[in-house]
Design a protein around this ligand. Structure first.
Ligand code: SIN
Length: 285
């Protein structure tokens, strides 16, 4: 089967046409998808209608799946009925309980779960219901952001790590059991190199996680804040980004090792229901 890969024309992202992802993928077709994914970091497949089992089967081509964490499964409702590998991202409340995570708020720029020692390498998101407007998801290319980083900033981060706070979600809510961060220098989380090497492509990418509560050990607080502000102002420039406007049946897979993403808020009176899987990754190096 031949697939068509159509780049977005922006700094990352491509649409893949010619596939029904409920059907088995031959090794050759998967290799072509994987190469397109390495090249473009985010792939879009439109017009898919995947059951949770189909979504899991497709995602497993890329690697072993994470199991949704307690904070997601605690939400009961639809999450309970679903498979443990499926994470529901939704603002819908049923019988007084949210059926998924993240609600209707803006999710700030981040890479998924960088606050753990071995963050997921990829996330796969499939849209079931979307609001009439808002809730768009944007991505930015961290290879390109690093390539274009001014030399003085690059020198400042070579060989340095950053602490990726684990207390707060990308919509600014405290995770279950976490306390508010009063001093970022002692925030819980994982420390990762600020420049990471992609284990499959060998490319070097800026790896910052998320701005909120981040800290660069070895710097005093003011210097860490200044450096992080400069890096985030740089890597979130429109020239590194692409925004996806969802339709029902879209499936996106993104590479957390070399791309960051954010989501717009939307009208909470409308429903947005997305099913997601995550593929295990290794320790950033
Ligand atoms: C996320 O930030 O991982 C969720 C993205 C989305 O809801 O579009």
């Amino acid at each position: 089967m031949t697939i068509e890969v159509i780049p977005t024309g922006a700094a990352l992202g491509a649409e893949v046409r010619g596939l029904d992802l409920t059907a088995p993928l031959s090794p050759e077709t998967f290799d072509a998808i994987q190469q397109a994914w390495y090249d473009h970091l985010v792939l879009l497949f439109r017009g898919q209608r995947l059951s949770d089992d189909d979504l899991i089967r497709f995602s497993q081509h890329f690697g072993t799946l994470d199991i949704a964490p307690a904070s997601a499964t605690d939400m009961a409702g639809a999450q309970e009925k679903s498979r443990p590998e499926i994470w529901i991202i939704s603002n819908v409340v049923e019988n007084g309980k949210p059926i998924g995570a993240l609600g209707d708020k803006e999710a700030e720029w981040h890479t998924d779960m960088s606050y753990v020692e071995e963050p997921p390498m990829a996330s796969v998101l499939h849209s079931h219901e979307i609001p009439s407007r808002g809730g768009d998801t944007s991505f930015a290319n961290m290879y390109k952001a690093l390539e274009a980083l001014p030399a003085d900033l690059r020198r400042e981060i070579e060989g340095r790590v950053c602490n990726h706070d684990s207390s707060t979600t990308s919509v600014g809510e405290l995770r279950a059991g976490a306390g508010a961060v009063v001093d970022v220098r002692v925030a819980p989380g994982a420390k990762h190199p600020m420049i990471r090497t992609h284990p499959a492509t060998g490319g070097k990418a800026l790896y910052l996680g998320r701005r909120l509560n981040a800290y660069v050990p070895g710097l005093d607080l003011a210097a860490s804040e200044r450096l992080l502000d400069a890096l985030w102002a740089h890597c979130t420039k429109p020239e590194f980004a692409w925004t996806h406007q969802w339709r029902v049946g879209d499936l996106l897979i993104w590479d957390n090792r070399a791309a960051i993403h954010r989501r717009d808020s939307f009208n909470g009176a409308e429903r947005r229901v997305m099913h997601r899987t995550q593929i295990k990754g290794d320790r950033p190096r």
